[in-house]
Design a binder for this molecule. Sequence first.
Ligand SMILES: Nc1ncnc2c1ncn2[C@@H]1O[C@H](COP(=O)(O)OP(=O)(O)OP(=O)(O)O)[C@@H](O)[C@H]1O
Ligand SMILES: O=P(O)(O)O[C@H]1[C@H](OP(=O)(O)O)[C@@H](OP(=O)(O)O)[C@@H](O)[C@@H](O)[C@@H]1OP(=O)(O)O
Ligand SMILES: [Mg+2]
Ligand SMILES: [Mg+2]
Length: 355
Amino acid sequence: MADKKSGTIGYALAPKKQNSFIRDSLLTLAKSRGIELVRVVSDRPLVDQGPFDCILHKLYGDDWKRQLQDFQSRNPNAVILDAPEAIERLHNRISMLQVVSELRVDDRTETFGIPKQIVIYDKETLSDGQAWESLKFPVIAKPLVADGSAKSHKMALVFSHGALNKLKPPIVLQEFVNHGGVIFKVYVVGERVRCVKRKSLPDVSEEKVLGVSEDLLSFSQISNLANRDSVNDDEKFYQMMSLDDTTEMPPQAFIVDIASGLRKAMKLNLFNFDVIRDSRYGNRYLIIDINYFPGYAKMPGYEKVLTDFFCDLIHKKDVDDTNVKENEVVADGDKGNAVVLTDEIDKSKSVTVQK
Ligand SMILES: Nc1ncnc2c1ncn2[C@@H]1O[C@H](COP(=O)(O)OP(=O)(O)OP(=O)(O)O)[C@@H](O)[C@H]1O
Ligand SMILES: O=P(O)(O)O[C@H]1[C@H](OP(=O)(O)O)[C@@H](OP(=O)(O)O)[C@@H](O)[C@@H](O)[C@@H]1OP(=O)(O)O
Ligand SMILES: [Mg+2]
Ligand SMILES: [Mg+2]
């Protein structure tokens, strides 16, 4: 049954993203709930298209930013998912994780943080031992820029400082932390949070570090299936992507608290973050990556999660039509509310963002 308020969402996505995200199953379910998803074409100005209640996008560049600004000034009550200024924080792997260091999650036995890391801007610093002597090898070398290009996913596991001169700054050197070969990917869609398990890099033992012939191993998007199109059946795809091993999931309320805190601090509605459990301590979790508008289609049942979010958005816009601002949608997070996809959490639990 269609919800009482109907709405039109314009989506502006690169072809690869459009193919993976805008699936018939999503279009059909959204339409049945009164939500029309309409493609924004690139050969006409955004302001000449529509009308749209909301723009859902994953495009970059100054021209696109200007188009969104023009659209917002002519449609002050329309919602932009999400604001380019908020997304830009995730395009630099230092600013990306800075927000984690400011989070405080109250009264938990679990602790969280980010791996030790340093940023290297130039070759000279790379050869200056003082810059990286505080790091324990192996380290993962990640491009500083995380702008969605293939290059931004090209990484290397570096076993000794002798191999550092093979790297091309600007890079982040992040300590490799053994985590049992399993990564937890936490998908966030507004107040909805879903944690899934994925294959990750295997642990590196002391002997292995000493015994490796190569002092540097390159890889890219290890927790991701290279190309979804190679798998035409959803169920099979989900099985290949997810991990049904016995690794225990992190405590749900803990993950949701972090998700709520990140959402409020970053003012983003559509993101995921990668969490590993530090094998040295049973209850310490490290956030190693945060991604804007990730591969939601890999999340089983993504159609309903996104459609419920769109309906809330349109309904909320309907209710507050007088003064919805582009970040108003995030304001709900201020009350620390978050809905876990499998069951409700204690809504009284709050997350404070350390200023
Ligand atoms: N500090 C770390 N310790 C151990 N393993 C790590 C660490 N950082 C990254 N990894 C491994 O490398 C993989 C890729 O790292 P990361 O997620 O930062 O790259 P990415 O290119 O941004 O990936 P994504 O496709 O999720 O955007 C992780 O999924 C994990 O398996
Ligand atoms: O499309 P995919 O399913 O591979 O989704 C990946 C997405 O690619 P996209 O470019 O198509 O959005 C990536 O975006 P960029 O960093 O490259 O911008 C990043 O968000 C990954 O984390 C996503 O993988 P997931 O975290 O969900 O496993
Ligand atoms: Mg990642
Ligand atoms: Mg990433």
